[in-house]
Ligand binder design. Sequence first.
Ligand SMILES: [Zn+2]
Ligand SMILES: [Zn+2]
Length: 341
Amino acid sequence: MKAVQVIEYDEPPVLVDVPDPQITGPLDVIVKIGGAGVCRTDLHILEGQWSDKSGVTLPYTIGHENAGWVAEVGQAVTHVEVGDPVILHPLVTCGLCRACRAGDDVHCMNSAFPGIDTDGGYAEYLKTTARSVVPLAPSLEPASVAALADAGLTAYHAVAKAARVLRPGDKAVVIGAGGLGHIGIQVLRALSPVEMIVIDRSPEALALAKELGADHTLVADGSEADRVRDLTAGHGAEAVLDFVGEGGAVETGVACLRRNGNYYVIGYGGHLHVPTIDVISTEINFIGNLVGSYNDLSELMVLAARGQVTLHTQRYPLASFQQALNDLDAGAVRGRAILIP
Ligand SMILES: [Zn+2]
Ligand SMILES: [Zn+2]
């Protein structure tokens, strides 16, 4: 089969012929890729930023946002059949460790991450396991949802966590209405009656946020924390969902938080400098968020099938992988770039 492989770091990846993956275990599932999302993480992988962390040996196939159709199953796989459309939870998990048994797939002690530390989905076929395939409703085309497997799942995981505690009348501030944020806004609107205030530097992103269900939108110009206070009778918001995590967003976000409020860190890159006396005297909480569980992904697919979460995609044939990577790097992709084998 054809696959796009990293041969050497800091070199362009190459389209090569590799052997098709084979079923070797009873719970293996081979998926014919219908769409593979092109992610900023792929650019970082090519620069070698992940080499120590992943420990992967080159060459290998990248692509960690995958959906397609079941092509072959091991003898113990009963919940999907050949031809079924599926989206892949990004991790291959063991199902036996303490984290897996708690439904917390992301923290599995014996996991693999196709596209990061094993062969991924910039290819015609990908091998995963029964635990990782989420069946898709017939209305959902794999290529249109593939990118929800990572960016969308991360946004869903954080927002669903917040929505579980937000009550009618509460206020939530969403910082960043870009790639992750615009999915988060749709999920928050679908899951919570909260009054939603969205902050972004871009008026276009804010116009989209309004369309997607934001109650108030604020251009980030330095006065946004004051304006959040104005919108919350001086108290601040019960939740801040920070999809940016750098460049002043954290300081703004903390200033928007109400007493006993929850700060959900999703975007990253900056630092958190908060006096501990402020944390104890106001009982504010800081909550990290990493990808999401299998159940998070299957719930997100319910929202996608209902049309409550939609993603704009820009599609490229697999052979045009370099164009897709270049466009992403140049900021020229509207929505998410998807490779179609
Ligand atoms: Zn990704
Ligand atoms: Zn496990």
